[in-house]
Design a binder for this molecule. Sequence first.
Ligand code: AMP
Ligand code: MN
Ligand code: ZN
Length: 891
Amino acid sequence: MEVREKAKIVITVASLVAVTVLFVAEYRRRHRKKQTSSSLSSCYLHSELKSQFGFKRVLADNSYSEFKHLKLDDASSSLENSSNGHPYETEITVLLENPRIEFGFLRGEYSLEMSDSYVWVETELQLKELAEILAKEKVFAVDTEQHSLRSFLGFTALIQISTHEKDFLVDTIVLHDAMSILRPVFSEPNICKVFHGADNDVLWLQRDFHIYVVNMFDTAKACEVLSKPQRSLAYLLETVCGVATNKLLQREDWRQRPLSEEMVRYARTDAHYLLYIADSLTAELKQLATEDSSSPDDRFHFLLEASRRSNMTCLQLYTKETEDFPGSAAASSIIYRHLNGHGDKSNISLNAEELVRKLCAWRDLMGRIHDESTRYVLSDQAIVGLACKQPTTNEEIYDTIAHTDLATESSPSLSSSVQSPYPVICSHLDDIYEMILDKLAKLDDILPVVLKKCLGTNGTCPISVFNYSLLVNFKTKLSSHSAPKQNGHKNFKQQFTRKASRELFVKKFSCKAPVYHNCRIYANDGRLLCYCDKRKLEWYLNRGLAKLVEENPPAIMLLFEPKGRPEDEGNDFYIQTKRNICVGCGEGKHYLRYRIIPSCYRVHFPEHLKSHRSHDIVLLCVDCHEVAHAAAERYKKQIATEFGIPLFVRRVLDSKEAQGTSSLVEDESTGNSEDAGVSPLHLRSAAMALLRHGNRMPSSRREELLQTVKMYYGGRDISEEDLEKALLIGLSPHERRKLERKKGVSFKHSAEVAGMDKQEDEYNDGEAPAYSEKIMNVERSTVADDSGDGTSEGDGASELNDTQCNGNTLHQQNSKLSLLGHGPHGKQIVEYILREHGEDGVRDFCQRWRKVFVDAVHPRHLPGGWNVSHSGRRDFGEFSVYNPTKRLSTE
Ligand code: AMP
Ligand code: MN
Ligand code: ZN
């Protein structure tokens, strides 16, 4: 064969192979696409990062519960039971009654030109600096940009603020959780905020940041009063400033970063000229008054009217939309517009109408679960398409949606790369299939079933701050909707909610990684000292205090002589491997840490009795955790009675006060001392309510509140001074100072309560839902990322953090106190034990708690060496991570 011939064959074969490979790849790709779109595969959100998922806290979540309005910038009002009215109603009403009109929108030199420089605010420090700058201004201009397509309720993506000197663009996505910094300047009545068409901005600021605007001048309201032919900002920019703007940019995706040059320019333009426009419109308003009126008193009539209308806007309150049943408003509208020829019911099948209602309910819930707008889940016309055509295979469903959306072209205009059907439908197509085939038979069933499918055990979709409370609030929503339901149905729902919230709890709080790494530490004589986590090994290795002797699982040998050997101290426990399972029942799929000795006591133990000992922190599944926790709470009450130290704060009468007090509320003989205590929160709100509204409230209510306060004062009559003192109980020094500043006085008796630990005790046995964080006494810091007095000695904490290594536990202790609520009780108990019985007393106390734990849980999987009479005592070697003297000097 000739060389050329050979080459030809080679090339032909090669091309054939290439074509085949491409073909197969393409076939596989298409095939895979079909598969993912038609199977109940995992949700698209697992692989998509949306910008709002970085928010740590959202004020308006996607649950069906009401939005809470709060005045958060001073201590006193947060104590009041929120009536959910406007927190600044008083301040705004004052402005409406005595308008303060701003004449100096411009001061000194002002150039209409927009320079090239502006400030992009993206760090907390920059935001604080901005707040300081604004606090010195008499007036500044504001505008906001929103994102609404990829969010159920929408969120503020940018705030533009302009002063005379500068334009600021605040990145409200990265700064979402820090925006409270701007609350004071917005609610300050002495600073005028200029907006254009603020109706929505005012609500959005409340929704996202609890920012309330007090004192506003709205240039759109000025246009209204002036009867301008148009009221748009574009019109004003053109006629007043001679500036053109392209309002189409308003619909850009304002989440994008960095913003394009064009978007930055557009955004700045919206705020930059507002001060100038306000100035110019005020002049016109004054002019109008002079022309129109005969009396000089009327000189400011129109200006005042514009100001009044502006401040009326500030009184608006953000609310979440409510419906009788999820999606019902949209369903009725779709049925009316598209299905039954405007009210004529004859030509629409009941079947189609029912399907529209189901699809709308489903769309509403899916939007909430995934934090997407309903139009991004499924468009109105796609719903109509599905209802009319009733496709019966996944492919047909998919195509019906794609075609109707393509035909109507009103689908979201954001990005051309994403085509209808959108990802929510693609990963949850089966639901639609089941609704059409009537497998999800009743409208009422859709919500619980879908919710369970998405967020229940092995749920398809991720849990987030947006959908977390959906489950908990779901019960209320359903029961209010379907009050006259038969009992069985309701029970099912209750059970379901309970089960679902348990699962949610597991997802949220169970340890994310194995707790025990079972790494080993040997002494230099080769004897095993303990098991521990990786970070502890690293701590010794990084400081040259040990050498690595084994790789997998890792083990180190100390290069110094440790203080003692565990066996010699009777501490066998620490040289046992530990399993990552619930010590109660052996459950291995999830577990959380449980502190056998409640933290309210343990934090007050002497350092060497508590430091980093893992013995009394065990792993439990949620169910065993609940059992253990309930037993511990009961035992706390028993301790309170036994020691006569109530769980909740109660002021003990001194002897002088006690004289002349005939009856004490507390009856020691019944051993009911715990019940005589009153939680600081209840005490403070009762005192506040009595001080503020005492003489106006119904006498029965006043009596009730008085009882609460009297309980604290041991039953005697209460003076106004007592009430004022009660306001300070349980407040941190910082909160106390704030309250005093607000009142403009220093409370005479604040020193008396200054030693009191801060409490945020809302613990309530009766009312809290099962698995609430409070009931379980779990909060992120103690479970999800154990940073406390953790399990890291011996064996344990997967996250041995820096604070543990450098021993800065003070702050941790404080934060724990404030979270756990029984701080003062715990402190007094431990002080009493140490005073009366010394360290032996503490050891006995620990043993009692271990016994309580064992009696309640009957643990079958405790690690070897664990025992009720564990000493808990240890000495610190010179080089130990936990040596108290060392700890201050390391790092
Ligand atoms: P503006 O008051 O013009 O700054 O608009 C503020 C925000 O309102 C924008 O970021 C948009 O999210 C939203 N918005 C206002 N008008 C429209 C519109 N016609 N279409 C879509 N979004 C709009
Ligand atoms: Mn704007
Ligand atoms: Zn999903």
